[in-house]
Design a protein around this ligand. Structure first.
Ligand SMILES: [Ca+2]
Ligand SMILES: [Ca+2]
Length: 245
């Protein structure tokens, strides 16, 4: 099953879309295949060790702080999610379910468009599970938050790329439906993962995604993140994310 999936991804790479979900064992296999084919030089495919040269706290302070506006004009449809950007019948949710599964997945039909089972870990609440229907694809920075912190001024094409960003592991992640619904459209000033040990990772990823997509943050959000990204958490060395737009 992994081989079939890897072949699909190689085709996707040839079409200009490439996943670098380093957390996935399946993608590790894919990366080895791509290196073997001499084609690992696609956008965003730099080795993980190449740019771990800033602290998480430094990255936080690269993000502009402004008031957020545009609440009344938010429309989720303007993000075109979930899309199937590479036309292989698997939408973004299915692609990330496959990439994040710690075991081979099964599908709902012979066409392999939708995932039925696998093995996933929801780090917000520390829950493991095997039924895809129990998990949701979380936009780490919710689409509403993206809208009010910059995406309202983008083209629909750019919003589609953010909402379906499978090229950067932090943007989209599989979490339990329960914790995703508790999170809703909140930013870190209003919601943090219930599992306290997940909060450092959450804060780092939040900052990475805001930086990648040139989004802003409001002052309350900055305050919470500055507190989280202090001490050893803030000193975590990370790569500067490739810009998404
Ligand atoms: Ca697809
Ligand atoms: Ca905010």
């Amino acid at each position: 099953m992994l081989a079939v999936w890897a072949q699909r991804k190689i085709r996707a790479h040839a079409m200009g879309e490439y996943s670098m979900r380093v957390r996935s064992r399946a993608v590790a296999i894919l990366a080895a295949l791509l290196i073997g084919l001499g084609s690992a030089s696609g956008a965003g495919a730099a080795p993980a060790s190449a740019a771990s040269n800033v602290t998480a706290r430094w990255l936080l302070y690269q993000i502009p702080v402004t008031n957020e506006t545009g609440w009344s004009t938010y429309n989720r449809a303007l993000f075109d999610y979930p899309a199937d950007l590479n036309g292989d019948c698997q939408n973004t949710r299915a692609e990330v379910l496959i990439a994040e599964s710690r075991a081979s997945v099964t599908y709902t039909s012979a066409r392999h468009c939708y995932v039925r089972t696998g093995r996933w870990y929801s780090y917000y609440d520390g829950v493991w599970g095997t039924l895809a229907s129990r998990f949701e694809l979380d936009h780490l920075v919710p689409l509403y938050e993206a809208w009010i912190s910059g995406a309202r001024r983008w083209t629909t094409a750019d919003r589609r790329r953010l909402a379906n960003d499978t090229a950067f592991g932090a943007t989209l992640q599989i979490v339990t439906s329960a914790v995703n619904q508790a999170k809703g459209e909140k930013d870190p000033a209003s919601w943090l993962p219930p599992r306290a040990s997940a909060r450092c990772t959450y804060a780092i990823r939040w900052v990475q995604v805001k930086y990648r997509w040139r989004l802003t943050m409001d002052s309350a959000e900055r305050g919470v993140l500055s507190r989280l990204l202090s001490g050893t958490c803030g000193a975590t060395m990370i790569a500067v994310p490739a810009r998404g737009r």
